[in-house]
Ligand binder design. Sequence first.
Ligand code: HMG
Length: 387
Amino acid sequence: TSSSASIGIEDLELAASHHVLDLGRLAEARGVDPAKYTRGIGLDEMGVVAADEDVVTLGASAAARLLERTGTEGLRTVLFATESGVDQSKSGAVIVHGLLGLPSSVRSVELKQACYAGAAAVQTAIGIVARRPQEKVLVIAADVARYGLGTSGEPTQGAGAVALLIAADPALLAIDPVSGVYSADVDDFWRPNDSTTALVNGRLSISAYKNALLGAWDDLQAQGGPGVDELEAVVYHQPFTKMAVKAQRFLDQHTGGRLDPEALEQGAVYDRRLGNTYTASLWAGLAALLDHREGLEGRRIGLFSYGSGSAGEMLTGTVQPGYARPERAAATRAALDARVPVTVEEYEELHERLLGSDEDVETPRVTTAPFRFAGVQEGARKYEATA
Ligand code: HMG
């Protein structure tokens, strides 16, 4: 029957910001031992958006490159997952839909539950495809993580987007119907409507992550999902890559298993250089694992999504034959390498520069990505292709 067809990720694509800040420079400016960032929290760099970039331009750029490969046949839904959206009412999906020139017969909507919204969008997409297997869904997870300057969250900022095409008989990863879920109302991290930066209780956020991980794991087991011995690796939400190390330790202690620590490093290659990309972080981790680990075909992996507030989900899926795409891996590495470094002063200036909606402003032309944020006109944000 149509509902038992395998469904999952047909293809994916990562987009990086125009700028990058080396965390060694930030450590120096903040009077911190650089090893605290590189080893203690496990981040080398963080993506910094240019004045003409935001989640819409990052998401549209990732989606454009993805759809160049896959085409748009069967595409009837765009789901945009973000917690740093550009409007309280209009979705990023509808703007991306316009920028990509998609037909009007494609529905467009945005989803929110902190970093978990990316996994929520994937599950929603799978439901749509299960109902009508000829349909495909474009999922975009895009975020710009912002904490206050000089706060302990500062080195865990970042920027990036991952676009995923969800389809039946997927070429990369067939996602299992059973997953483990967990929700609990916690004030570990949030962003009030009148704040441009997130507020966070760092210690509480780590224990809330742990509770969601173990709760989702137990639910997966209760639902009859695979045990730890059946998993080749687990990819985690990575607000900073050391969090994945902690998570794997929690899971090993909880299950009595021992997941492969090498897979952790392979799944952290992109997140170490992006910083926290919130909704996109887990999928950047998946991209990194697929790009750096051999012999995954036919193997089952776990994917743990955590969103503060809080929601967790442990998904599992089977990696498909031919999953290795050296060209895509090389393009991702090139996009990360091509980011233009900023000094701490330049980063601070960009961090504080936020456009209101009360005056018409044109943004400087900086990004070389396919799309840019052109500025504000009569209160509305305007976007355009760069070429
Ligand atoms: P902190 O207080 O600055 O750091 O905040 P610390 O003192 O806890 O040190 C961090 C680690 O560095 C420790 O390692 C130190 O030992 C080590 P650990 O004990 O944890 O293994 N360290 C060093 N290592 C080597 N050389 C040195 C050195 N000095 C110290 N010289 C914190 C860290 C992560 C709390 C902070 O950055 C923060 O608040 N970040 C934001 C919150 C966050 O990312 N939470 C993660 C879980 S919540 C989540 O994932 C959701 C989220 O993505 C949002 C969403 O869902 O939307 C955040």
